[in-house]
Design a binder for this molecule. Structure first.
Ligand SMILES: C[S@@+](CC[C@H](N)C(=O)[O-])C[C@H]1O[C@@H](n2cnc3c(N)ncnc32)[C@H](O)[C@@H]1O
Length: 213
């Protein structure tokens, strides 16, 4: 999996839906960045959360298991190589649906945070949408619903301080191209998504949660 992600590194660095958005603004705001504030960006990918946090004055460490992402540390979210309470805040955006063990990952983020954990991810729509996601990208594990996210935070010992829903517009063709999903597979993905797609765009429900210790 990590080699696959390394091959995709440039696509994620230049992806419009990753580089900006209301969800990115909120993740940054809820980390409360500023001079003297330390933040760990988990599953940094193209580094958009880290870039924005640094622009806001925070000291940021990045981590990602794919060497090609060029993070400060190469590690999965399920096993973070940091001592307990190492960072004021821990952020993780648009990545948890790829984690093999999401609860262990949330517990790890809570462990290495001394203040707050901010997680943003797409949420569950339907089983056929999940099938479309897995066919497009076999590294997709699952989008979780709001109640599942709330239980992950609770089981990790985090109190939910903030929670916001967004609908992000996703353009289907660049989304397929980013992971080189073409031909019959792409046709089947479009079929599985059905009338969620209108004029080449699909609304993506997204949740941002802020937990405090
Ligand atoms: C869509 S990209 C992340 C986007 C990025 N956080 C942003 O806001 O632009 C997904 C990332 O998750 C990483 N990833 C996949 N499995 C992971 C795991 N188990 N733990 C941590 N990161 C993982 C991939 O290497 C990839 O860089």
């Amino acid at each position: 999996m990590t080699d696959l992600w390394s091959d995709r590194a440039d696509a994620y660095r230049h992806s419009a839906i990753h580089a900006a958005g209301e969800d990115l603004d909120l993740v940054v705001e809820w980390c409360e960045p500023g001079p003297g504030v330390t933040v760990l960006d988990v599953a940094t990918g193209g580094g958009h959360v880290a870039r924005r946090l640094r622009e806001a004055g925070a000291t940021v460490v990045t981590t990602d298991p794919a060497p090609g992402m060029g993070a400060d540390t190469t590690a999965p979210a399920e096993s973070l190589p940091f001592a307990d309470g190492s960072f004021d805040a821990v952020a993780c955006r648009l990545a948890a649906h790829h984690f093999a063990d999401v609860l262990t990952a949330v517990k790890e983020m809570a462990r290495v945070a001394r203040g707050r954990v901010v997680i943003c991810d797409n949420t569950f729509v339907s089983e056929s949408s999940e099938e479309a996601d897995r066919l497009r990208d076999p590294s997709h594990v699952r989008n979780y619903g709001e109640a599942e996210w709330e239980s992950f935070f609770e089981l990790a010992g985090l109190t939910i301080a903030e929670e916001r829903h967004f609908t992000r517009p996703l353009e289907i063709e660049p989304w397929l191209a980013r992971v080189e999903c073409t031909g019959e597979d792409a046709a089947r993905v479009r079929e599985l998504l059905g009338d969620r797609v209108v004029d080449g765009w699909m609304p993506l429900p997204t949740l941002v949660l802020k937990g405090v210790k």
